[in-house]
Design a protein around this ligand. Sequence first.
Ligand code: SAM
Length: 244
Amino acid sequence: SDHQLIYPPHPDQMDWSSLYPDYVVDEAQDQQTPAPEAPPDQLSAPLKPKRISKDVEVADIGCGFGGLLVALGPTMPDKLILGLEIRYSVTQYVEDRIKALRLQNQEAKLYRNVGVLRANTMKFLPNFFRKGQLSKVFICFPDPHFKARKHKQRIVSTTLNSEYAYVLRPGGIVYTITDVPDLHEWMVQHFEAHPSFERVSEEEQEADPCVEIMRTETEEGKKVERHKGQKHVALFRRLEDPAW
Ligand code: SAM
């Protein structure tokens, strides 16, 4: 349950170094040579989290077994991509999957920009990301929670959309896909009703290469394909905040 989840009190305190070891900034020099005039309490202060050279920019909410992550990784090699998943064993599986892919592709240096984190995205999103940090958020085949009394557990809601709006920069995109028509309508309604988002046109949607990846590379997308089910896609753009 949530009390076992580790999350930083503030994005600046998040240590990303174990997820993206190849991006760690070498600050060893700074630490070996503290300013001689520094007071003793400053010398013994806990180490700051290791810095990495760029910020996570793409998030996959409820990434499951990581199909989208590993497909996106090589297509955007200059961006850090993070999967967030609440189930412990599934997160472990994705971690191992990424490790193995990094090893197999050592020479090409692939998959170093992909990471996974165990988290409950319904609660702690702004603890991980600063305002406007993300350019893309993927919500692929979220759990439908069919019954009306369970709708509050849906990962798209008025409240959660405000959190997505907070972590996304203006112009950033939320990508959604589901095989459940009722959930598709729910997501469209909630994003269209939110003042920070507008729906992306179908033309622009179909021209975006991420859409095809989302349709074909997610584990759920593959399952729906096998069962010849329908896949409903909708994209939403984060608007500029209105000038007051
Ligand atoms: N996106 C993947 C795909 O398309 O193959 C997985 C879809 S699966 C139906 C939904 C996933 O969301 C599950 O792996 C579930 O554990 C995860 N999930 C549900 N609620 C979550 C939450 N609050 N925070 C993080 N992950 C969550």
